[in-house]
Design a protein around this ligand. Structure first.
Ligand code: FE2
Ligand code: FE2
Length: 321
């Protein structure tokens, strides 16, 4: 499969799994088209054409033409210059590698990370949080993230990939949407005697099992193992990066008892304590790996010849469903 086709398919699967729903995303893309058409020639030069078909600001091809035939894909959760040198070294040793798929955004996918954050509002709405409150709290957080990232040295990784001739693409919110849906369905919708039982169910998922055996298990960071879970949500699994701490109070008011998260910030933890919300910090890398695995399961149904080399935190687990 060509890189362009593989990535376009990944975008489609990300759209299908998105908490905002397919229709909302279609509308969003249509609005982008209308906006683009109204621009004058000079402004069109600065418009990101990717936005006309791909609603995920943090997912895109960052190096390559798209015409590359992909048989062997290196996949890593954090891929920077050292990992690209590793790939180059593997190629020197005779491994045939066609491209690298990167989870955490690099290059323009990082520059535009805040664009995916509004989907967190829809995630929260599903647990009963007021949409106007969530939207109002989200805006300043998005501005903060944009300003912080804006000062970063954004294009180092894509330049290295360019120099080494390694086609590279980012799939961030695409696979985070998939793991969010998976956690909601397989974990959050069920009932547990207490928090310990919930954590044990999480640990039974193969990626978490593998990480737990290496000393990186899902952790209760707020709450007691013998305490009840209340309503469980995986509200910190997708949406680019952590939302504002105010979301903790909102979720508590909406009746959420336990939040599953990939990474809990200190401020969020403080709020969780204040508002009596249990928090389980699921292993970050294992969580990201689940999303990537769910994407690969679907892609590999269509492209049976795809081979994967796991690096930088990613572990491949196949699911048949
Ligand atoms: Fe992720
Ligand atoms: Fe992550």
């Amino acid at each position: 499969m060509k890189l362009r086709k593989l990535f376009a398919r990944a975008v489609e699967l990300g759209i299908e799994a998105d908490p905002r729903g397919k229709e909302a995303l279609k509308k969003m893309l249509k609005k982008q088209k209308e906006k683009f058409e109204k621009l004058d020639a000079k402004e069109k030069e600065f418009f990101d054409a990717e936005r006309l078909w791909n609603p995920f600001g943090d997912s895109r091809i960052i190096n390559g033409t798209g015409e590359e035939e992909i048989r062997t894909l290196v996949i890593g959760i954090d891929v920077e210059t050292p990992e690209l040198l590793l790939i180059d070294h593997l190629r020197e040793m005779g491994r045939k590698i066609d491209a690298v798929m990167i989870h955490h955004p690099e290059g323009r996918a990082l520059a535009d990370l805040q664009q995916v954050m509004p989907l967190q509002v829809d995630v929260l709405m599903q647990s009963g949080v007021s949409v106007t409150r969530a939207e109002a709290q989200m805006r300043p957080r998005m501005d903060r993230i944009r300003r912080a990232i804006h000062a970063d040295n954004l294009f180092r990784v894509e330049r290295t990939a360019e120099l080494l001739g390694i086609p590279a693409f980012n799939c961030h919110t695409i696979t985070d949407n998939l793991v969010w849906g998976f956690m909601e369905k397989t974990i959050c919708k069920k009932e547990y005697e207490n928090l310990d039982a919930l954590v044990s169910a999480i640990r039974d998922i193969p990626e978490y099992t593998a990480y737990a055996k290496k000393g990186n298990p899902p952790l209760i960071v707020n709450g007691s193992g013998s305490g009840r879970t209340g309503k469980i949500v995986a509200s910190e699994f997708t949406g680019g990066t952590n939302g504002p701490e105010e979301f903790l109070e909102e979720q508590s008011r909406a009746g959420v008892g336990t939040i599953l998260s990939m990474h809990v910030t200190e401020k969020t933890l403080e709020e969780a304590k204040k508002h009596h919300v249990n928090m389980v910090q699921c292993s970050h890398m294992a969580s990201d790996a689940i999303g990537i695995n769910l994407l690969l399961d679907k892609l590999m149904k269509e492209e049976k010849k795809l081979d994967v080399i796991e690096i930088a935190g990613f572990i491949r687990v196949k699911r048949s469903a």
